[in-house]
Design a protein around this ligand. Structure first.
Ligand code: NAG
Ligand code: NAG
Ligand code: NAG
Ligand code: NAG
Ligand code: NAG
Ligand code: NAG
Ligand code: NAG
Ligand code: NAG
Length: 285
């Protein structure tokens, strides 16, 4: 079928196959547990099929809520289990549809870039950063577990940073206020979403909350806190332990600013350990 959404001509083939790949709930509404799961709210969509097409076109979309009376179509990156499905008693021309198995067909922003990942520690959002080096002492990262590991697409290689601790001290605070920044060679990007994958060693090392900041400055200016704009402050998507080297939930940033550099800082980890460890960071444009 051909459909027109906001002036965009979309070509979308819908067939009975959808019945097998989507769960459909009539007279229902969907409320995600976190507003960050909402991707778009499109008006003037005249059929539920057109709404499903809009979801197919958005690589991050998993669930849609279509309101036939208002003709608006809301796209979510959440699965049904990441929200609440309510019966719509007063609004009977509404439908919730959710893909059972829609893989994120996204190119990761960093996959084609020539990247240097700068390790940092003793840093909070808005503050100057301190460079972190390989070693076993305070402020170091494990020599075999370097920051570039988070962009190597290898789940069993991690970045492990001790922060105020060292390789033999154990505390809840070990590894917090550490992270990295990275600069794109090419044009700035809009960081729409991200996904973080757990380290290969122990769940106690998983980062639970982070900040992400963006900057369009370059070089030494990137060590200054004033160069950065906060764009995300919240969950890593690893609140529920996905298992070693497995990826957490996709998180959307809600951000609309374009930046050429991004800085990620861990603000809390799951439990007592010597460091914070994660294997991959997928930044999605
Ligand atoms: C989507 O937009 C419509 C109309 O602008 C509004 O009534 C509705 O509450 C919005 N839905 C959500 C989930 O924000
Ligand atoms: C929906 O809108 C399209 C164009 O925007 C139109 O071609 C189509 O006939 C409409 N369908 C219904 C059921 O109103
Ligand atoms: C989900 O889709 C992927 C790729 O299309 C496939 O390999 C996998 O078996 C599917 N999983 C289920 C539970 O259908
Ligand atoms: C990455 O950048 C360095 C220095 O600018 C350059 O020597 C190298 O060839 C680049 N690598 C790729 C894969 O572009
Ligand atoms: C860590 O940062 C604080 C505040 O910016 C600073 O006072 C302290 O000296 C730093 N620690 C080290 C080891 O540099
Ligand atoms: C991030 O959120 C936490 C919890 O809401 C808050 O305490 C903290 O101040 C926020 N950080 C920044 C840099 O805004
Ligand atoms: C690690 O920290 C502990 C406690 O502060 C200290 O006793 C120990 O010497 C440190 N080890 C290294 C290798 O820095
Ligand atoms: C990761 O897995 C590969 C292939 O199984 C193995 O060769 C490599 O040593 C592993 N690396 C780590 C850090 O465990």
């Amino acid at each position: 079928m051909l459909i027109i959404i906001k002036g965009l001509l979309l070509i979308c083939r819908l067939s009975l196959v959808l019945a097998a790949v989507m769960s459909v709930y009539k007279n229902a509404k969907f409320y995600p547990i976190d507003i960050h799961f909402m991707l778009a709210n499109i008006s003037s969509v005249n059929t539920s099929n057109a709404c499903v097409c809009a979801c197919i076109m958005d690589f991050m979309c998993i669930t849609v809520y279509y309101n036939g009376y208002a003709q608006n179509c809301v796209l979510f990156s959440a699965e049904l289990r990441q929200g609440q499905l309510n019966l719509a008693t007063t609004d009977t021309n509404s439908i919730v549809m959710s893909f059972k198995n829609k893989s994120i067909q996204a190119s990761t922003v960093f996959s084609t870039m020539n990247k240097t990942v700068y390790a940092i520690w003793n840093t909070t959002a808005g503050s100057n950063s301190l460079a972190s080096y390989s070693g076993y002492e305070q402020g170091n990262f494990y020599p075999s577990e370097t920051p570039s590991s988070v962009f190597d697409n290898i789940g069993n290689s991690s970045y492990s940073s001790y922060g105020v601790c060292n390789y033999s001290t154990w505390d809840l605070s070990c590894g917090t206020n550490t992270g990295f920044y990275i600069t794109f060679k090419n044009a700035p990007y809009l960081l729409r979403a991200f996904r973080i994958c757990a380290g290969h060693y122990r769940a106690s090392r998983d980062p639970l909350t982070i900040t992400i900041e963006g900057s369009n400055l370059a070089g030494a200016a990137l060590t200054l806190g004033t160069s950065w704009t906060l764009i995300y402050n919240g969950s890593t998507g690893l609140t529920t332990d996905p298992g070693r080297s497995m990826c957490g939930e996709l998180r959307t940033t809600g951000n609309s600013l374009w930046f050429s550099s991004y800085r990620l800082l861990v603000t809390a980890k799951r439990s007592v350990d010597t460091c914070v460890e994660y294997s991959e960071v997928n930044f999605l444009a």
